[in-house]
Design a protein around this ligand. Structure first.
Ligand code: NAP
Length: 340
C-alpha cells in the first residue's frame, strides 16, 4: 500500500514539479493539497497556472486546495511554500507530529534542523523518531549543485575554500516570478539573500551533528549570484582549493565512483550517478534540461589552477535536485527506514 503525502505550496513552480514527479510514484500517493487563501476553496485545476508541458493527472486537478491553517491527515508533508509563509506553518505541523520536508529557507540554519542531501548526510534520518514530528530541509538550489559536485572531492582531498559564480534560471524565482521587462535579454547581478545562503549552507551540510546541534565544517565559501534568462537549470562556475594535492584524473575518478550507498541506491528517485562529468569542451549547458528531469549534477570544463586548486562548471536542475526531487529522495529514504 502506498503512503499518503500532503503538499503545501502545491500551486507554485516547485509544487508543480512535486506533482509531476509524484505521478505514478511507487511509494507515495498525493492525497492533500494546500496553498494560500487565494487558492483555498478552489479545485487544483482552477487554482493552478500549470507551467509544465504534460498536464497534471485529472485526479489531482479535481482535488480541493486547502488553506494552510488546516492540518493535513498525512504524516508526510512536503512543503513548497513561499518563505513569507513557511516558517510558522512548518513549525506548527512539526509540533503536531508531522514529518515535514521543506524547500523553504526559513528553518535551514536552525541549530537542530538538518539541511539534507541524501547521498551526503542522509544518515541523519536515523536520528529521527518514527513517532514524533520532525523537520528536514532541502538546501538552496544552487547549494545543492555545489555541495554534490564538491562532496566526493572533499572526502578525498579536504576542501578548504570555494568561490562560486552562479548563473541561475528564472524559474528559481517561482511563478510568476520576474517580469519579462526585467529578465528578457538581460542579466541581473543580484539575487536577494542567495549569496549568504550558499555561504552558510555548504559548511553546515559538510559539518558534524553532535545529537543536539550542528558544527559547520571549516570551509571558506564565497558566492556571487546572477539571474539569467534561462528557464531551468542553474550553471555554477566553481573555483575550489584543497588541503591535499590531486591529479585531474583522480578528480574525474572521484566523481565517477561517487554513489549513494546500498540499499539507498535503489530508491525510485536515486540517480545511478549523482555527479556526471561531461568531457565535451562546451558542456554542461542548461539546454540538457529541456523537457528532462535530472537528479544528477553535471560537471565539466575541469582545469587545474595549481597542484591544490581547480576550477570547473557544475549544472543543477533547480526544481528537481534543487527542490522537489531532492525532497522526494529524502522521503523515500525515510520510508525505507520506517519513519512513515
Ligand atoms: P512560487 O512559485 O512563488 O510558489 C509559492 C507557493 O506558496 C504557492 O503555492 C503559493 O500559493 C504559496 N503561498 C504563497 N503565500 C502563501 C501564504 N501566505 N500562505 C500559504 N501559501 C502561500 O515559489 P516556488 O518557486 O515554487 O518556491 C517555493 C519554495 O521553494 C520557496 O520557499 C522557494 O524559495 C523554494 N525553492 C524554490 C526553488 C525554485 O527553483 N523555484 C528551488 C529551491 C527552493 P498561491 O498560488 O495560492 O499563492
Amino acid at each position: 500500500m502506498k503512503i499518503d503525502a500532503a503538499l503545501l505550496g502545491a500551486t507554485g513552480a516547485v509544487g508543480q514539479k512535486f506533482i509531476q514527479l509524484l505521478r505514478g510514484h511507487p511509494l507515495f500517493r498525493l492525497t492533500e493539497l494546500f496553498a494560500s487563501e487565494r487558492s483555498a476553496g478552489k479545485s487544483y485545476g482552477e487554482a493552478v497556472t500549470w507551467k509544465l508541458s504534460a498536464p497534471p493527472d485529472p485526479a489531482i486537478e479535481a482535488l480541493p486546495v486547502f488553506s494552510c491553517d488546516q492540518e493535513p491527515r498525512a504524516r508526510l508533508v512536503f512543503s513548497a511554500l513561499d518563505a513569507s509563509a513557511a516558517g510558522p506553518i512548518e513549525s506548527r505541523l512539526v509540533s503536531l507530529g508531522h514529518l515535514v520536508i521543506s524547500n523553504a529557507r526559513n528553518h535551514r540554519m536552525d541549530s537542530d534542523v538538518p539541511i539534507m542531501i541524501p547521498e551526503i548526510n542522509g544518515s541523519l534520518l536515523n536520528k529521527v523518531s518514527p513517532n514524533k514530528g520532525a523537520l528536514i530541509t532541502n538546501p538552496n538550489c544552487s547549494t545543492a549543485g555545489l555541495a554534490l559536485s564538491l562532496f566526493p572531492l572533499h572526502r578525498a582531498f579536504i576542501l578548504q575554500s570555494v568561490h562560486t559564480v552562479t548563473m541561475q534560471a528564472f524559474s528559481g524565482a517561482g511563478y510568476p516570478g520576474l517580469s519579462a521587462w526585467d529578465i528578457v535579454g538581460n542579466v541581473i547581478p543580484f539575487i536577494d539573500g542567495e549569496e549568504e545562503k550558499i555561504e552558510q549552507e555548504l559548511p553546515k551540510i559538510f559539518g558534524r551533528y553532535n545529537g543536539k546541534s550542528f558544527r559547520p565544517a571549516p570551509i571558506s565559501v564565497t558566492a556571487s549570484c546572477n539571474r539569467v534568462p534561462v528557464r531551468e537549470g542553474h550553471l555554477l562556475d566553481v573555483r575550489a582549493s584543497f588541503e591535499k594535492p590531486f591529479t585531474l584524473e583522480k578528480i574525474r575518478e572521484e566523481w565517477a565512483l561517487f554513489r549513494s550507498e546500498a540499499p539507498y541506491l535503489t530508491l525510485p528517485s536515486s540517480p545511478g550517478s549523482p555527479v556526471i562529468y561531461i568531457p565535451t569542451a562546451d558542456m554542461p549547458q542548461p539546454s540538457l534540461f529541456h523537457e528532462k528531469n535530472s537528479m544528477s549534477v553535471y560537471t565539466g570544463r575541469l582545469k587545474a589552477l595549481s597542484e591544490k586548486e581547480i576550477c570547473f562548471k557544475a549544472l543543477v536542475h533547480n526544481t528537481v535536485r534543487g527542490a522537489a526531487g531532492n525532497a522526494l529522495l529524502i522521503a523515500e529514504r525515510a520510508a525505507l527506514i520506517g519513519l512513515l
